[in-house]
Unconditional design. Structure first.
Length: 377
């Protein structure tokens, strides 16, 4: 694991050194971040990734991916690729990271998001079933899914008058044009799987919820453990610096490093839960290895919210850039506020976030400054 992360796993690990783990999307941001620890814990680590040019500048193996990881360059939507991969390989644990993740992009490329997030998941499950039926290979004991806070949509809000909970409608294009950012006479509440019903308001969020439902139904039917982690806004060293649809923190850094004012959408008071990559990595490792299992999804975040403004101000201070400014612009499909408590994840995984936003921003900005050929945005 990354040297920055030294949080011990609290629950007893269930794996033995003879087991194999498969990571889909394993050459991406999160896959690379967990690769060192997986190599230490498992006898064999295999990653499948198509090295998509939106994420990877070249088709070369990422330097951050542990050298002991067996990388298979293939697409999770290709059934033949799955049959080839699973010939002679029976993974004990699968960490399913492969996904299209752009909220705004999903409105323009809905088919692509559906094909990869939903189709890629069903192709994986079908291939596992074929390997069992045709060659007698055992199914995995556990599949860990990297899901998203996007499944909640706007989440649950509390009426200021009587404290009743309600689920607001999706913010429309016309309401956003008029600057109607919040829902009147109401306060947002944290997103939490045990109490907040999922109601996605983006194509991306809908595909992630479909992933959850498909995986849960399949695993329950076939006796495979399903562990679902709903991640908040993940950031940190190693994230793609060329993907225009994800990574607001890295984008802010690149704007500020050019001594420019960071533009803030809506009124700058959008709440987000920025969770550092090492905290996400330790949660995924725990989900893949602990003896306990959770029948409900686990929320992974920092445990508190920050406004977009406060995050941008920290980045501007780091670079001695001009203060951020509000633009009033907005992005279709974005929710107003999103953050979570992490109580269930702490109980089930024996995990807790370790990094403050200030610490994380400092490490992210330092890493970006060290990257060759990175230009201000």
């Amino acid at each position: 694991m990354n040297e920055r992360c030294s949080v011990p796993l609290q629950p007893e690990a269930k794996i033995s050194s003879s087991q194999t783990v498969l990571i889909t999307g394993g050459a991406g941001f999160i896959g690379c971040a967990i690769s060192d620890e997986l190599v230490r814990l498992f006898d064999r680590v295999i990653a499948i990734d198509n090295l998509h040019p939106q994420i990877h500048e070249t088709e070369q193996r990422p330097v951050a991916l542990n050298a002991a990881v067996e990388l298979r360059v293939a697409d999770v939507t290709d059934p033949q690729a799955w049959d080839t991969l699973l010939t002679g390989i029976a993974p004990d644990v699968i960490i399913h990271l492969a996904a299209e993740t752009g909220t705004g992009q999903s409105l323009e490329e809905s088919s692509r998001h559906g094909d990869v997030n939903v189709g890629g998941t069903t192709q994986m499950l079908d291939a596992l079933k074929r390997a069992k039926e045709q060659r007698g290979q055992p199914l995995p004991t556990r599949i860990v899914l990297s899901s998203s806070r996007a499944v909640y949509g706007e989440g649950a809000w509390k009426n200021k008058k009587d404290s009743s909970i309600f689920y607001p409608r999706q913010r429309t294009h016309s309401s956003l044009q008029q600057g109607e950012w919040d829902f009147p006479n109401a306060e947002p509440t944290p997103m939490s799987a045990p109490i907040v019903f999922p109601a996605p308001v983006s194509v991306y969020g809908a595909t992630k919820l479909a992933q959850e439902n498909i995986l849960t139904a399949w695993c329950n039917s076939l006796g495979v453990e399903a562990m679902i982690l709903r991640l908040q806004n993940v950031y940190g060293p190693g994230q793609s610096l060329i993907n225009p649809y994800t990574g607001i923190m890295s984008l802010f850094c690149r704007i500020a490093m050019g001594n420019r004012s960071i533009p803030l959408y809506e009124d700058g008071e959008v709440r987000r839960d920025f969770v550092f990559i090492d905290d996400v990595a330790s949660a995924l490792i725990a989900a893949a290895t602990v003896t306990t299992n959770s029948p409900i999804p686990l929320d992974i975040g920092s445990g508190e919210f920050q406004t977009i403004r406060s995050a941008a101000e920290l980045i501007a201070q780091h670079y001695a850039a001009p203060p951020p400014h509000v633009t009033g612009k907005f992005r279709e499909g974005d929710v107003r506020h999103a953050w979570t408590n992490v109580n269930n994840a702490q109980t089930v995984l024996g995990w807790q976030p370790q990094y403050t936003l200030a610490q994380g921003i400092n490490m992210l900005a330092t890493w970006i400054d060290e990257q060759p050929h990175v230009m201000p945005a």
